[in-house]
Structures are given as structure tokens and as C-alpha cells.
Design a protein around this ligand. Structure first.
Ligand code: GLU
Length: 447
């Protein structure tokens, strides 16, 4: 297979959310796995809604995720190319002026529905004489421009959906240029895909119908349509469409929550595929395992709980060197290797380590139940002399067991609660080493 060239083509009219990150990721994994090229195309033909801030945000998010691009360009810098393509289509009689207002079109569709007909554009624009057009223009109307579909069946072998057929006779001729002269994404996308030699268009299945029209545009412009892959959409854990909150869940928010890029990529790269959703070591591993054939036809269920679980798996195994700077940002005392190695198993995110900083190095409120008071007093007396070492806990609890007759939970839980102020957490014996003798004794006396 020749090396693929793919593009991710977001519109800078908002932040990246989990849905479009998944599209970016699938493109990236496919290209990288085959030694191909991943291009970032900024679809900013809508100059009113596109902003430089969103464009920068998209680039920052992709960089944070590790989805580096080989080349990038903006559609707003290529209007002359789109104008040339539009002229070419006009000359071929495939792009025609229409003068209906939105209201008129709406009325037409209602009428068609009332008559039991599909609401397809009636192609009135195609039959206008020059005089009729001039009359509309004299009224102050500006034309919008539609692409004339062939009316034939367009077929392609979709890498995810298998053989696809779109009857273009069942579609309205798509508007390519609005009355204000602005381009919808349909034509610019084809022009750019031809020029960048895009081999595969990989995007969500909400674009399947567009693909029918775009394949005809590719052919009209003298290109061959790239291969196509349309992935099922993301839905919520309950199978219903993604809630507004989840649907717009941005990378900035996830980053703030302490979610690791690799947790996001492991989840979005495996969701809806035949592989297990488990943490992977690297994007390279995800690339190696990527195959369109593994992507199923049903919607992929996005569950935030999966993201938390994957993140926890990464955190539990994270080396100190990797976590160090972020720990220091949480609290300078947390940037301590023994501390991190001890607490990481109890953390979903690196920042969770903050909970244990007071336990190891600061002040907590000891939890001592009335029925344990005498036991805790005995424990304070029996704490071995000298510095706390790795052996202290074993020695201490053996003596306590022998002296008080307590064992198991009855022995350990009161010590845990008094020393850490928590019912659950990392090994108390190891925590004891970090907190040291004075802090331990103070807690055992209820301070
Ligand atoms: N800007 C388009 C979108 O975000 C691109 C679609 C495509 O990948 O062709 O929907």
C-alpha cells in the first residue's frame, strides 16, 4: 500500500471535544501506523465564527495529546483556489445560481411533505433564463450556488461501513456557496484534498451523505475520490446520544482534572473496536494495533468512568520522574520519591497525591473511637524507641498483638485511623516511616 496521507479538518469555531479528538486520533493512528502523513487543516471558511484563539486552542490540545502533524494550512488563505474550482464547475454547467430565500425554500419543503413527496430541491434555479436572473438581481437578491448532482448511484467501499451506495437522485443539489459569497465546507474540502493528495478521508458517519456529493465533486474537478472511512458516532454510557456536557467535554477541562493524554487516547482509540479498552504504553502501540477492520458498526459508548479507570491504571504505575514536576506544583513536599511510590496506588490522578501530603508531612485530625482509646494509649507507650524504620511497623504491631490480644482489623484499623485520619489509604507501616516518630506520637495522643 502507498503511504497514506490523511487530514484532520476541524473548524476553529469552538474547542476540541472528545468526539472530534477521536476523529483526529483515528486519522493519526492510521497514518502513523503505515508510515504516512497526518495533516492539520484548519477549516475556517466561516470567517465570522472562526477565531485565532480557537485555532491556537486546537493546536495546543493536539500537541498536548501527542498528535503531532506533518503539515498544516488554513482554508481562509486559499479562497482563490476555491474560486477557480467554482468557475470550473460553472463552466461545466455543474454549479448553478439559485435565488430562493430561506423562507421560500422552507415553504416548498412543507408543500412537498404535505403531498407525500420527499423534500428535495426542485432545481428551479437550473431553468432560469438570463432575464429571470436579472429580474431577481434587480430585486436585490443575491444568488446562492448549488452543485448539480448526477442523479446516479454513487458507490464506494467504506473502510469501516463496507459497501456504501448513495442515490444522488434522492438528495437536494447541495449548496456550495452561500448568498453572501461564503463557502460551505463541501467544495473547499474537495479542492484541498485533491491538492494535498489525500489518500483517505476519515471522519464521523454524520458525513456519509456529504460523501455521495463530494465523490461527484472530486470527479468533476478531475480528481479521484480518496478512500473513505466513516466511523460511528460516540454515544453516552446509556446508549443515548452524548449529553451536552460530555459532548462538549474539552481537553482543557480534562487536563485540569488531571487526566493523562494517554488515558484519553487509549480510550478513544479502542472505544467501539474489537480490542479491549485497556491502558496502552504509548501512542506508538496504539498505532501498531490500529486497524479499520476492528471498528464496529454500532455507536461507541463513551463512559467517563472508563476514563477514570484508565487514568488510575496509568497513575498507579507512573515513575516518580514523570510525576515529579506536577507533584511539586501540588505541594513541594509531595515531590518525594518514597512518598509518591507509596501513595500512587491510591491516586486516580497525580494531583490526588495532595490528599496524603498532610498525612505524611503535615497535620491531620486523628480518628480515635471511644472504644479504642485505651488501645491507642497502649500503642503510644509501646511504639519502639528510636527512628522509625521499615521494620518498626512489624515489631510494633507484634508487641501490640501480644500485649492487647487484638488482631486483624481490630488491631490495624484503629491504628490506621489514629495515624492517618482515614479509613483507607496506603500502607500505614510505610506511611509511619514518612511521618516519623514525633508526628506519630502526637496523633496517638489525639493531637
Ligand atoms: N470541517 C469539517 C468538519 O469538521 C471537516 C469534515 C471532513 O473531515 O471532511 O465537519
Amino acid at each position: 500500500m502507498t503511504k497514506p496521507i490523511v487530514r484532520f479538518a476541524p473548524s476553529p469555531t469552538g474547542n476540541l471535544h472528545v468526539g472530534n479528538v477521536r476523529t483526529a486520533l483515528i486519522n493519526w493512528l492510521f497514518a502513523t501506523g503505515q508510515g504516512g502523513t497526518f495533516i492539520l487543516r484548519i477549516d475556517d471558511t466561516d470567517t465570522e465564527r472562526s477565531t485565532a484563539e480557537y485555532e491556537q486552542g486546537i493546536k495546543d490540545d493536539l500537541t498536548w495529546l501527542g498528535l503531532v502533524w506533518g503539515d498544516t494550512f488554513k482554508q481562509s488563505e486559499r479562497f482563490d483556489q476555491y474560486d477557480m474550482a467554482a468557475d470550473k464547475l460553472r463552466e461545466m454547467g455543474l454549479l448553478y445560481a439559485c435565488y430562493e430565500t430561506a423562507d421560500e425554500l422552507d415553504r416548498q419543503r412543507k408543500l412537498q411533505r404535505a403531498r407525500g413527496k420527499p423534500p428535495i430541491y426542485n432545481r428551479a434555479g437550473l431553468n432560469l433564463t438570463e432575464d429571470e436572473k436579472a429580474a431577481y438581481e434587480a430585486e436585490g437578491r443575491k444568488p446562492h450556488w448549488r452543485f448539480k448532482l448526477s442523479g446516479e448511484r454513487v458507490v464506494w467501499n467504506d473502510l469501516v461501513r463496507g459497501e456504501q451506495a448513495i442515490e444522488t437522485s434522492s438528495l437536494s443539489d447541495p449548496v456550495l456557496i452561500r448568498a453572501d459569497g461564503s463557502y460551505l465546507y463541501t467544495l473547499p474540502s474537495c479542492v484541498d484534498d485533491i491538492e494535498a493528495n489525500i489518500t483517505h478521508v476519515v471522519r464521523g458517519e454524520d458525513h456519509v451523505t456529504n460523501s455521495g456529493a463530494q465523490i461527484e465533486i472530486f470527479k468533476a474537478l478531475g480528481g479521484t475520490a480518496p478512500e473513505m472511512a466513516h466511523t460511528p458516532l460516540l454515544v453516552g454510557a446509556d446508549g443515548a446520544s452524548l449529553s451536552k456536557r460530555l459532548g462538549s467535554l474539552g481537553m482543557g477541562e480534562l487536563r485540569k482534572q488531571g487526566i493523562e493524554p494517554l488515558a484519553i487516547c487509549s480510550l478513544l482509540g479502542k472505544l467501539g473496536t474489537s480490542d479491549n479498552v485497556e491502558i496502552r504504553d504509548s501512542l506508538a502501540q496504539l498505532s501498531e494495533e490500529f486497524d479499520f477492520a476492528k471498528i464496529g458498526r454500532s455507536p461507541a459508548r463513551f463512559d467517563e468512568a472508563d476514563l477514570q479507570n484508565l487514568n488510575a491504571a496509568l497513575t498507579h504505575a507512573m515513575p516518580f520522574e514523570t510525576a515529579k514536576d506536577r507533584l511539586a506544583a501540588v505541594d513541594p513536599r509531595a515531590a518525594n520519591e518514597a512518598f509518591w511510590t507509596l501513595v500512587r496506588e491510591n491516586c486516580v490522578t497525580v494531583e490526588d497525591a495532595a490528599r496524603f501530603v498532610p498525612v505524611a508531612f503535615g497535620d491531620i485530625t486523628p480518628l480515635i473511637e471511644d472504644e479504642d482509646k485505651d488501645f491507642i494509649t497502649a500503642a503510644a507507650t509501646l511504639l519502639p524507641e528510636g527512628d522509625v524504620t521499615a521494620e518498626t511497623w512489624g515489631e510494633w504491631t507484634s508487641v501490640l498483638k501480644a500485649e492487647t490480644g487484638r488482631k486483624g482489623k481490630g488491631l490495624f484499623m484503629p491504628l490506621r485511623k489514629a495515624l492517618t485520619g482515614m479509613e483507607r489509604g496506603p500502607s500505614v507501616g510505610d506511611m509511619l516511616v514518612l511521618m516519623g516518630r514525633d508526628r506519630a506520637l502526637a496523633r496517638l495522643s489525639g493531637v
